[in-house]
Design a protein around this ligand. Structure first.
Ligand SMILES: [Cu+2]
Length: 164
């Protein structure tokens, strides 16, 4: 997003309208995703919702004030655009949402699931399922392991990879 904003012809894009649709689409996706995520400061989510509402309103008003010959075509385009943007905003909530891992222990021994980076420490009693809930705050590689003495050394460890 940032490279699109710092292009030397950004002002020209705004004046001509060329390329602003792409910027607007990315903005609505990011802002909508953040607004719908239910995470982060309340004021920031309200500001994101307001910005999305303004962009959507601009689309509707732009359609309404277009010439009568183009109005039905523009209305179809506006509905298609709004549907796509809604889907994009919904998809953009995914990085903000918590991860839920169902951990089933079918072994005869007790185990655990631990990711220090996310402060995840879940006991895994034998013969039942446990739930690990956490939010991946940043992309990266995060080691996980079983904290029962000797288990990490026995190979109960791995790396959780969070991709951007
Ligand atoms: Cu173990």
């Amino acid at each position: 997003m940032l490279p699109a904003l710092v292009q030397p012809d950004f002002v020209a894009q705004l004046k001509t309208g060329l390329g602003t649709g792409a910027i607007g689409t990315a903005l609505i996706g990011m802002l909508g995703g953040y607004a719908l995520s239910g995470r982060g400061p309340r004021w920031a989510r309200i500001a994101s919702r307001a910005a999305c509402a303004a962009l959507i309103l601009a689309t509707i008003v732009g359609t309404a004030v277009s010439t009568p010959e183009l109005r039905s075509t523009n209305a179809f385009l506006a509905i298609t655009l709004l549907a796509l943007l809604s889907l994009l905003a919904a998809a953009c909530t995914l990085p903000h949402l918590p991860i839920a891992l169902r951990l089933e222990n079918t072994d005869t021994m007790v185990h655990s699931f631990d990711i220090d980076a996310f402060d995840v420490h879940v006991a895994m009693p034998t013969g039942t399922a446990a739930l690990a809930l956490f939010t991946a705050t940043a992309p990266g590689s995060y080691p996980f392991y079983c904290r029962i003495p000797g288990h990490t050394e026995a190979g109960m460890a791995g790396t959780l990879i969070i991709e951007p």
